[in-house]
Design a protein around this ligand. Structure first.
Ligand SMILES: C[S@@+](CC[C@H](N)C(=O)[O-])C[C@H]1O[C@@H](n2cnc3c(N)ncnc32)[C@H](O)[C@@H]1O
Length: 258
């Protein structure tokens, strides 16, 4: 995603840093301690400006969500959108934040948002490859990838979020009853993903080449990119896949998969 450098980007991210997932180092922080409950964990890779996760997390509140975005100037838009959608105030001048009780956090100050107001999403400015490598085996209920960059050049294929190295990690961290869900505008990336998933230990459960005309249209949450492509008349492709796991690979208790 191309984005002009945000003014006061780092101050803006700092103001809402209570909504960021802690990234302590070699292993991922324990989600139960971050969210204060053991609800099923959903990972969105490449959340962009965050409209999708803000809406999904309200529609399915019984889950916890980590939204990963590697560009911090994009992530800041997502965090602010989420905060606004939860009634947590609005942006103030110079990278500050105006809380709903009228208190102003000036640029460079962090608002220690009360735990009960933080909701069920945390954002992380990180590369999906780096973060997923730190996540324990079989601990994630769902991984969602929406409108990933297609990287059409052959030499760039390993950057695709559905290339073998990514899928290997997704398969490892997904619970036995976990789900990988993928939407794209791009036929080439869709075909590539339909090929790479079975080659890397996934079973394809469902596909469509016209999501908005499918039985899933009514429940579909439209992303920013999806809206743009749909307005241009591009049909949206979607698939769902499950990791193929042996019994010895263990499973985690998830209340319900996505
Ligand atoms: C084309 S945009 C789609 C954004 C959003 N999902 C949507 O549908 O509107 C892809 C996003 O994924 C992010 N991204 C690409 N590769 C990534 C990676 N390896 N880890 C984390 N984010 C990544 C990009 O920075 C970009 O914001």
């Amino acid at each position: 995603m191309r984005m002009r450098k945000k003014r006061h980007g780092s101050e803006r991210l700092l103001a809402l840093s209570a909504l960021l997932y802690p990234d302590p180092g070699e292993t991922a922080a324990d989600p139960a301690s971050v969210f204060g409950n053991g609800n099923p964990l959903v990972l969105e890779v490449g959340c962009g400006k965050g409209e999708f996760i803000a809406k999904l997390s309200l529609a399915e509140p019984e889950k916890n969500y980590i939204a990963l975005e590697r560009i911090s100037d994009v992530a800041v838009v997502a965090v602010e959108k989420y905060a606004r959608s939860r009634g947590l105030g609005d942006l103030a001048p110079n990278g500050g934040w105006l809380a709903p009780d009228g208190k102003l956090y000036r640029g460079g100050e962090a608002w220690e948002i009360p735990h009960e107001l933080r909701g069920n999403v945390r954002f992380l400015v990180a590369d999906a490859a780096d973060f997923s490598a730190k996540v324990p085996d079989s601990s994630v209920a769902a991984i969602l990838a929406n409108f990933s960059d297609p990287w059409p050049g052959k030499g760039d294929s390993r950057r695709r979020l559905t290339s073998p190295a990514f899928l290997e990690n997704y398969r490892r961290i997904l619970a036995k009853d976990g789900i990988f869900r993928f939407k794209t505008d791009n036929d080439g990336l869709f075909d590539y993903t339909l090929e790479t998933l079975p080659e890397n230990g996934f079973r394809i459960l469902w596909t469509t080449r016209d999501l908005h005309a499918s039985e899933r249209a009514a429940s579909n949450i439209v992303t920013e990119y999806e809206r743009n492509f749909t307005e241009k008349g591009v049909k949206i492709k979607m698939l769902e896949a499950a990791p193929v796991k042996s019994w010895s690979e263990g499973t985690v208790e998830t209340k319900k998969s996505t």
